[in-house]
Design a protein around this ligand. Structure first.
Ligand code: AMP
Ligand code: MG
Length: 338
């Protein structure tokens, strides 16, 4: 064999080995569905059979559906609805998923002094933001529902795995944390049960990554530009992450504009009863637990940048990107260089 021919053959072999290691090609499976009140989009990759990838992707989506049946505030037969209807009368035995999320919710409610408040169910239903009945409520309707800190009236019993309410004037809404928990659980199922080491799961603004990207680098995740939030090709900022999660709470995600032009969005301040108005358009939290990131992004949005920075500085391994209503972007120190 001539030297140049030999060299070309060696290069071709190297190319094949790098891109199809062990001669098993990189395959992928993608799924999209409307679950947990949002569009869930997942893509997983692996040098395994297509059947394995398809089974893994289907199992992850089935897990999301199972969690929707637990945490939905709108499905009348969800576990959450059952808890809301019964926990003020007697302790209700709940699933492990519900118990885990309630426990973490109470932790973040206390930590944020009620900025994240899982007991705003009635206020959230009153506004109806994200539904066709969205409307600005009257002061008389809002007044009885504000300044309550009802999370102090949620009692958990770990041994019995029960929840009870010590008053009957509130309902739980876990919309600010359940998607994060679902992202963690879907990732756990994919990695533990199906050995998936590469993937990207997007639960309507809750992004979680599994390992490195299929070509070995970090994943590039865009944070929406508030001027054009749907324009995913032109984000305000791109962060590079590996095996981490980015969760964004933003005033453009679910909102309506009143006839006078005022924008009313879905993240409510339990003290005022109105959409939080701290000059922020979005807060993104970067860390490795999506449930924590979800609760913290909501809390940070309600607190505003200054108080949110003070809260986040007390926690380890959490970074944040703040975008104000003028489009100004600021970040915590750990974001620099990403
Ligand atoms: P997120 O997009 O994670 O910030 O969550 C917003 C969703 O959580 C809303 O659609 C409501 O269902 C619920 N929610 C609104 N305001 C709050 C709040 N201050 N604390 C906890 N949950 C909230
Ligand atoms: Mg949240």
């Amino acid at each position: 064999m001539k030297r140049t021919t030999y060299f070309a053959a060696a290069c071709a072999l190297l190319f094949l080995c790098v891109f199809s290691s062990g001669c098993t090609p990189m395959r992928s499976a993608a799924r999209t569905d409307l679950l947990l009140g949002t569009i869930i989009d997942i893509t997983i990759y692996g040098r395994t059979s297509q059947e394995t990838l398809d089974a893994a992707a289907d199992a992850a989506m089935a897990r999301a559906k199972e969690l929707e049946q637990i945490f939905s505030a709108t499905l009348e037969d969800s576990e959450l609805s059952y808890v809301n209807q019964n926990a003020a009368n007697a302790p209700v035995t709940v699933s492990r998923d519900m118990y885990t999320v309630l426990e973490r919710s109470l932790y973040f409610a206390h930590l944020s002094d009620g900025a994240f408040d899982p007991t705003l169910g009635r206020l959230i239903k009153l506004w109806g933001i994200g539904t066709k009945n969205a409307a600005v409520p009257s002061e008389d309707e809002i007044q009885p529902l504000i300044g309550q800190k009802n999370y102090e009236h949620v009692v958990l019993n770990e041994t019995a795995q029960t929840v009870s309410f010590t008053t009957d004037n509130f309902e739980l809404d876990l919309g600010a944390i359940a998607k994060g928990y679902a992202a963690d659980e879907m990732k756990k199922l994919l990695t533990d049960d199906y050995n998936i080491t590469c993937g990207l799961l997007n639960l309507g603004g809750n992004v979680i990554t599994i390992g490195e990207r299929y070509d070995g680098g970090p994943w590039s995740i865009g944070i929406a530009d508030l001027q054009a939030p749907q324009d995913t090709a032109n984000p305000a900022l791109i962060l590079e992450i590996t095996d981490e999660t980015i969760v964004t709470s933003g005033n453009y995600q679910r909102c309506f504009t009143a006839p006078d032009g005022t924008l009313y969005h879905h993240i409510l301040d339990g003290n005022t009863g109105f959409p939080a108005d701290t000059g922020l358009a979005s807060v993104s939290i970067l860390t490795d637990c999506s449930m924590d990131a979800d609760a913290l992004s909501t809390a940070a949005f309600v607190l505003g940048e200054q108080k949110a920075r003070a809260l986040l500085s007390r926690l380890d391994g959490i970074d944040a990107v703040f975008i104000d209503t003028q489009g100004q972007i600021t970040t915590t120190a750990g974001i620099d260089g990403r």
